[in-house]
Write a protein that binds this ligand. Structure first.
Ligand code: PHE
Length: 449
């Protein structure tokens, strides 16, 4: 298992290529070599949509498999806990006037195959931007790809009339492979739009403009041509305080953070938030003032807004101390059981599991007369821990029932044995298992079944 400190120093961008250089256009054209000829299906179906494929198709069988998994629907996955924690934070803090309902709509069911318009054009991504390359994006056909970021839904959701929303889901990139990059990862996006009155909290009669009157106002490093200086300042303060509050809620207010200038095609100005983790600055999200052109094309003519996108894996790795991104995909109960039954707000640190295989044994017995189920469970766990020591990874009560006819109670436990040092054989586990059974019979008077 990789040492956490070492891994953190290698953490690269969680957001990948969208904030990457505007300047890399020359090499972009060269590097976009013809996609490798792959076996491709005539049709591809996903999330209730069907697409006819063409030569642009570059999905690998492995990435299709990842699409089928749906980690955010698994209750035990730490990413699900984190998603819920962030949603709870937003619902708790931001309410519609009157306070009865949450301000942000949560969109979790957006289809993962999106048009290239949604993924790139609507977001004003330059035609020669690196992110459009076949080597960076999974294409289903010329006009459709797997969403490479949750920003791909901004335009459609605004067009549908949503002003304030969170979008969460799995996104796909043909990226490098290391401890922090995986072809599929998860993002949480937020968009918040304001009318002038909402932004400035003005009272009747007061007026402050969000748009420049001058028709040929200039774009500057600090602002877009259409925005007034006041609007940008107000938006920046609201955006940054929203994210600083979120960071405090996740990492604690004592965690150091800093803002860094950034570039995204769909926001200006743009920023990244970094937090100090184990002595190193770590980038956790990208955000900015939304391009007015994007809002206008989605039919929003009288509002301004901000947006942010968070890489969930990146935050979960820090929050739960998970050293390798592949672990989120583990089906190993040694990993998943550490997050089972937790509330989203619970603080938990992951304890590395052994790389050696598990050995499973069950134990079933009748309880002695008059012993309550709960008392028995506590004693059983003590005995197992005592006799099995370091070889015990998990103990689960898998069945419990009362046999009315016989007037007896039964319990069954599943014990997961695993060593940190070596692969255990069934025979050696059996020796330990038998000693547990013996102790339960001798000390507590249970009858093995
Ligand atoms: N979509 C960007 C990325 O994946 C992050 C982002 C979202 C930046 C919203 C600004 C606003 O890199």
């Amino acid at each position: 298992m990789l040492n956490c400190r070492v891994v953190i120093t290698r953490l690269a961008s969680p957001l990948g290529c969208f904030q990457a250089a505007r300047a890399s256009t020359a090499s972009a054209a060269q590097a976009d070599t013809a996609p490798p000829k792959r076996q491709r299906p005539a049709k591809f179906e996903a999330d209730g949509q069907s697409f006819v494929t063409d030569d642009k198709w570059n999905l690998s069988p492995a990435v299709i498999k990842l699409m089928e998994r749906r980690l955010l629907q698994e209750q035990k996955n730490p990413l699900t806990l984190l998603k819920q924690r962030i949603v709870n934070h937003f619902h708790g803090k931001y309410r519609k006037p009157g306070g009865r309902s949450p301000l942000y709509a949560v969109c979790e069911q957006e289809p993962r195959v999106v048009s290239t318009f949604a993924n790139f054009d609507s977001l004003l991504t330059p035609i020669d931007h690196v992110s459009r390359r076949s080597s960076d994006t999974y294409y289903v056909n010329e006009g459709h790809c797997l969403r490479a970021h949750t920003s791909a839904h901004q335009h459609k959701l605004m067009t549908q009339g949503l002003d304030n929303f969170l979008v969460v889901g799995d996104v796909y990139r043909r990226d490098e492979i290391d401890a922090t990059h995986y072809p599929c990862f998860h993002q949480m996006e937020a968009v918040r739009l304001y009318s002038a009155d909402e932004l400035y909290q003005t009272r009747a009669g007061e007026e402050l403009a969000v748009f420049e009157e001058i028709p040929d106002a200039e774009r500057k490093p600090g602002k877009q041509e259409r925005h007034t200086v006041d609007a940008v300042k107000a938006l920046e303060i609201r955006l940054k305080s929203t994210l600083e509050d979120l960071s405090d809620a996740l990492f604690g207010p004592e965690c150091e953070k800093r803002w860094v200038d950034a570039y995204f095609p769909f926001t200006h100005p743009s920023y990244e938030l970094e937090v100090k983790y184990e002595g190193k600055w770590l980038e956790v999200l990208g955000c900015g003032i939304m391009e007015q052109k994007l809002l206008e094309s989605a039919g929003v003519t009288d509002k301004v807004g901000w947006a942010f996108g968070i890489g969930l894996e990146r935050i979960a790795m820090v929050l739960y101390g998970v050293p390798d991104i592949r672990l989120f995909w583990s089906r190993d109960s040694g990993f998943l059981s550490q997050f089972e039954g937790l509330k989203p707000e619970d603080d938990v640190k992951y304890k590395p599991i052994s790389a050696h295989p598990q050995v499973l044994f069950d134990i079933s017995f009748w309880l002695p007369a008059g012993v309550a189920f709960d008392d028995m469970r506590a004693d059983v766990c003590d005995v197992i821990r005592g006799a099995g020591g370091e070889l015990i990874e998990q103990v689960k009560l898998s069945d419990e029932f009362e046999n009315k006819k016989k007037g007896k109670n039964s319990q069954t436990y599943r014990i997961v044995y695993r060593s940190n040092e070596k692969a255990l054989s069934k025979e050696e586990v059996n020796v330990v298992h038998k000693s547990i059974e013996r102790e339960l019979v001798e000390k507590f008077g249970v009858t093995m079944r």
